[in-house]
Design a protein around this ligand. Structure first.
Ligand SMILES: C[C@H](O)[C@H](O)[C@H]1CNC2=NC(N)=NC(=O)C2=N1
Length: 97
């Protein structure tokens, strides 16, 4: 789970994660979520936080009002692993609730 993905596996994973893209100059993925209000944005962050704790895998994120910008990477692997793909998928599911 914490082994770096091959470039092929990384590309395949991104195809299944709409709105996610590679960060420039760093092996990480990013997405910007926009909600109707701060309450919805913060509710999203609270639900994601509980999932992140369960996975022991934590997002880098930035919130202003209704926008949440997320960067995912596995720090211990200094790159992308299955854990990032898994958390990204969970975040997309939670965002649609
Ligand atoms: C000790 C603990 O398991 C590690 O520090 C975990 C916690 N959450 C983490 N989150 C992320 N995104 N990358 C990590 O390498 C990481 N490591």
């Amino acid at each position: 789970m914490r082994d770096r993905l091959s470039p092929e596996a990384r590309a395949a994973a991104l195809e299944n994660l709409p709105g996610w893209s590679l960060v420039e100059g760093r092996e990480a993925i990013t997405k910007s979520y926009k909600f109707k209000s701060f309450s919805e944005a913060f509710g999203f962050m609270a639900r994601v936080a509980l999932e992140a704790e369960k996975l022991d895998h934590h997002p880098e994120w930035f919130n202003v009002y209704n926008r949440v910008e997320v960067v995912l990477a596995t720090h211990s692997a200094q790159g992308l692993t299955e854990l990032d793909v898994k958390l990204a998928g969970k975040m997309d599911l939670i965002a649609k609730l």
